[in-house]
Design a protein around this ligand. Sequence first.
Ligand code: PEP
Ligand code: MN
Length: 336
Amino acid sequence: MVILMEMDASEQQVAEVGRVLSGFGLEARLVGGGRKIMCDAGVVQDPVLDALGRLPGVHRVQRVGRPYVLAGKECAEGNTVVRVGRATIGSGAVTVIAGPCAVESRDQLLDTARAVAASGAKVLRGGTYKPRTSPYSFQGLEQRGLELLAEAAAATGLATVTEVIDEQSLEAALAHVDMLQIGSRNMQNFHLLRAVGRAGKPVLLKRGMSATIEEWLMAAEYILSAGNEQVVLCERGIRTFETYTRNTLDLSAVSLVKTLSHLPVIVDPSHATGRPELIAPMSRAAVAAGADGIIVEVHVNPKEALCDGKQSLEPAAFAGLMAEVGTVSRALGRAI
Ligand code: PEP
Ligand code: MN
């Protein structure tokens, strides 16, 4: 249920709505900037709806016919803008996140960070706790990697994002990075979603590789309902029968989610395609489809990378990508 207050509703009127709701055993959250909006995710009976609609200061009470409420467009005044360090995602400009799949060494990270910053990226990515398919693959530098991310941020002014895989890595990451990534494999780790919901840092929520759009938005609902409104959705390709690409980039999901939710949506063409030659065309298409940004894997020496080298761009190719994405962004009247 969403309760839209009148534009000039007073604090007392909002408080009264809150009191009446709690009398019905409901707990609404106040959201929205200009217009105050109360949202409650529970099932609400008709008489309750009517009673709320008659309260002074209430403009309209609306039942939401979807399982997600806080993530839905109705529950916000305009689109959410997420602040990540000095960067913003969702403000209308195209935000580019770039960096290696995994943090491997000081030189690798700092060289990559300087290169992507010089080309116009605003956020540095780098995994230090890697959820790998094989237990024998490189698992990440963990705490040391987090320290290197903080050092790279200080050296370049870039904001940082890293994946957290459990409460221990979340606790460790909090002191070192600006944004927490929930990977595809953990999109429905509800315990972890609640934990990042309480963490007070922006969250990059990747779509599960076999998740429906509704499951993805319900995962966002977990984070929002735990008190964290700074959520960015990331389409990273879904599993299909196709084998020539690593996954299948679902660009229609990007445009659709922009109509369903107020949350920013970005695209990861690296994991979606697994092929460096497809990263530029899919990035151009992502911006044209309405994505708020892209996240791209870049490595100073992809051949030697310990993780996802095959899909990583070298810095020169990344500079070319930025020029192409810039052209499309400007054609759409968007800054980059
Ligand atoms: C990653 O970003 O390196 C990653 C593991 O992505 P995903 O969770 O989308 O597979
Ligand atoms: Mn990767």
